[in-house]
Design a protein around this ligand. Sequence first.
Ligand SMILES: Cc1cc2nc3c(=O)[nH]c(=O)nc-3n(C[C@H](O)[C@H](O)[C@H](O)COP(=O)(O)OP(=O)(O)OC[C@H]3O[C@@H](n4cnc5c(N)ncnc54)[C@H](O)[C@@H]3O)c2cc1C
Length: 557
Amino acid sequence: MSKHDLLIIGAGLAGLRAAVEGVRQGLNVAVITKVHPVRSHSNAAQGGINAALTDRGDDWRDHAFSTIKGSDYLADQDAVEVMCREAGDAIIELENMGVIFSRDDEGKLGTRAFGGQKKARTYFVGAITGSALLHVLYEQSVKYNLHIYEEWFVTKLIKEDGRIAGAIAFDIKTGQMEMISAKAVVLATGGAGRVFEPSTNALICTGDGLSLAMQAGVPLMDTEMIQYHPTTLAGNGILLSEAARGDGAYLINSEGERFMEKYAPEYMELASRDVVSRAEQTEIDEGRGVDGCVFLDLRHLGKKFIEDRLGYLQEVALEFRGIDLSEKPIPIKPGMHYIMGGIKTDLNGATNVPGLYAAGECANVSVHGANRLGANSLLDTIVFGRRSAIESVEYIKSVKDVEIDPKELSREKSRIQSILDRPKGMRSAELRDKMGSTMTKGIGVWRDTESIKYAIEGMKSIRGQLPNVYVENKGKVFNTDLTSYLELEFMVDVAESICQGANARFESRGAHFRTDVTTRNDKDWLKHTIVEYNGEELNTSSEDVTITDWEPTERVY
Ligand SMILES: Cc1cc2nc3c(=O)[nH]c(=O)nc-3n(C[C@H](O)[C@H](O)[C@H](O)COP(=O)(O)OP(=O)(O)OC[C@H]3O[C@@H](n4cnc5c(N)ncnc54)[C@H](O)[C@@H]3O)c2cc1C
């Protein structure tokens, strides 16, 4: 059995930022990841990362207000304050580590505009921001000689005497299963996009950490808050970054009209994502779309500008649609992109289980509330990844090693073996597709009592069919058939928690828009929804939102 002070599950931006901090704090740190670190989904982020830099005449309070307004007043304002206040230093630190941010004509760090904000405060590296950040943090982890369990798959968290004691995982290359003991664990497992089909998320974004936390008795918060991004390619759901609209692209309908004039006259295409997605869906539903899409129009920006600043988008448009963005508008529609909800933590990433922390997309520190602003997620990973590692230091110093019951490992081995022993049945892909379409239909851009009921019933049936799934490959080496099944189990847990959150919140707020109750109800629902697993079923409850300086008002763009 391997032993560490701090085990970080996930090697995306949140995990690597936490790991670098843990090493700097003198801890024995290990990172475990089911893919090579730079293949984590953070790598796909294109648009940028937000920060209000004081020496650029910006103010973190303005960033905080935009974030809170964007969240439809569901974000905890103390958490937003922390993120926005620390953003400037985080960006400069990343730059000092070696991120080559794009620069403006004067040679200063360049900015582009992003949705839901009046000021351009999104820092970027061309259209490969996430990749640039992730590679630099990976370099740092190499510099610090970080212990990385690369291509290892975590199946279970271990608790002893009510506190975290480590995790069980297997080496995907050999099938070897091990107990990894740790005084503290940070979950940095990323999002759960693949619960829905289609999604902009990589195939590995299967919500493993949300399920692991839930199984360990940690509540999830605001799970109903699913972000539909306004510009995804029809069919495969590939993202066309908000950077396009930030850099001046228009949205037009089948009549060539810039329809955002009707929905958000002041912010136009740069209103919050939930607002733009609903506007698009209204146009499509009312017959001003083409084949279920509206269009993103970049023609007026010119070929050179598009290729310099938005080269990756041009590549995607050419490759998947044969469209040159400087010549033709491209069909797009709202698509599942991000989960605002997640593992409930405090401002330092701590959960209710001593020694267990969460950061990044899997966590809900509560900075995004009911709708995340574009380019605030990369910031969230960096700020709260760091804070969770710092927070773990005192705790790690204060606790002794725990003895883990060896039966934990043998029980988990038998569980996995019993899955492999199923002689025949259906394939996991069949059930996964059913889940994806059920969730998209039930918990979509619009939802109502009926559609949520449809998703709940659909998920109940899918859960019932899980034991009928069989894993054809019985081998030990790179058994992706097995990992896909285990991911499906995680996703079913997450999907059910999303349905419960959606069912509980009887109002419309941010991304949760119910056609049967179309207004926000602050009197009863200025509250977080909480979903908890008690070992038998999911319980829902609610908790107050923290308000500091910004009283909720009507949200207009
Ligand atoms: C296409 C796309 C574009 C985006 N663009 C932007 C943008 O421009 N700006 C912005 O702010 N945000 C953007 N986002 C959102 C942002 O990229 C993510 O929210 C963020 O990068 C998530 O980082 P993370 O560290 O939490 O998780 P990830 O980067 O997803 O990493 C998760 C890690 O967990 C590991 N893991 C998961 N489960 C297990 C398991 N069972 N066992 C072992 N390891 C496991 C994985 O191997 C991986 O290393 C975008 C997202 C997408 C999908």
